[in-house]
Design a protein around this ligand. Structure first.
Ligand code: CTP
Ligand code: CA
Length: 222
């Protein structure tokens, strides 16, 4: 067991992390979501707390309680957006590890949808706000922003594009096509991209080991 250090590199720093897949309500009993387990976000929260940070974890999934980590439960992307924007105001770092649903139903229905006479149903969807992009754009001097990218192809190129388009300082690109890592797995294989350096691909490892490397790298951002 690693205890929270009193002289950690993130002592006195506030780190805000999003985790898990958002849930977008369709009607009172149904929602749209994705396969995110929240494990990577929790591993990052633990790794940041090990360096003495005050961590705020904005999460859709309640996995465990971690010493030094303040958890805020949310459901939808809009809720995650609202909490993220207010928690980021006095934060030093923001890490967007959540799998935010890109789309939500245009309207949340008050009543449960009934089976249809013609046996088809069309859902109308609208894009959710981009939390990471809004955070990147609202960034003030000294604040640092880390994003993730879930890709199935052209990982480094797409990652570089997201790094720039979201005004992030670091981007962790994740190959979600791999069967042996990512999503609900305990392992992950990622490539770290920053503005000034070459891409750094980390060997496949446990999510906590990857999280510790990501946090170490984040601390060195200037
Ligand atoms: N993200 C976010 N808000 C959204 C969508 C994504 O904060 N509405 C964040 C994710 O948490 C991640 C990063 O943006 O850190 C990239 O997510 P990803 O799904 O890879 O990229 P998108 O910008 O959503 O583009 P696309 O899915 O079309 O590739
Ligand atoms: Ca997306």
């Amino acid at each position: 067991v690693r205890l929270r250090s009193r002289s950690g590199k993130l002592q006195g720093k506030k780190v805000v992390i999003t985790a898990g897949g958002t849930r977008e309500a369709i009607d009172p009993v149904r929602y749209l979501t994705n396969r995110s387990s929240g494990k990577m976000g929790y591993a990052l929260a633990r790794a940041a707390a090990e360096h003495g940070a005050h961590v705020t974890l904005i999460t859709t999934i309640n996995r465990e309680t971690i010493f030094g980590v303040h958890q805020i439960m949310v459901k939808s992307a809009q809720e995650m957006y609202d909490v993220s924007m207010s928690e980021f105001e006095d934060a030093d770092y923001f890490i967007a590890a959540a799998a935010v649903a890109d789309f939500k139903p245009t309207a949340e229905l008050v009543h449960k949808i009934k089976k249809q006479a013609d046996s088809t149903l069309t859902l109308n969807l609208v894009q959710n706000p981009d939390i990471l992009k809004a955070i990147g754009q609202s960034k003030k001097a000294g604040q640092r922003v880390v994003g993730f990218a879930a890709e199935t192809q052209h990982i480094i190129q797409s990652g570089q594009e997201k790094l720039v388009s979201k005004s992030a300082d670091m981007l962790v690109a994740n190959d979600v096509s791999r069967q042996d890592a990512g999503f609900s797995s305990d392992n992950n294989a990622v490539t770290i991209l920053t503005r000034d350096e070459r891409a750094q691909t980390l060997a496949k490892a446990s999510k906590i080991a990857i999280a510790r490397e990501i946090i170490e790298r984040m601390i060195t951002l200037n």
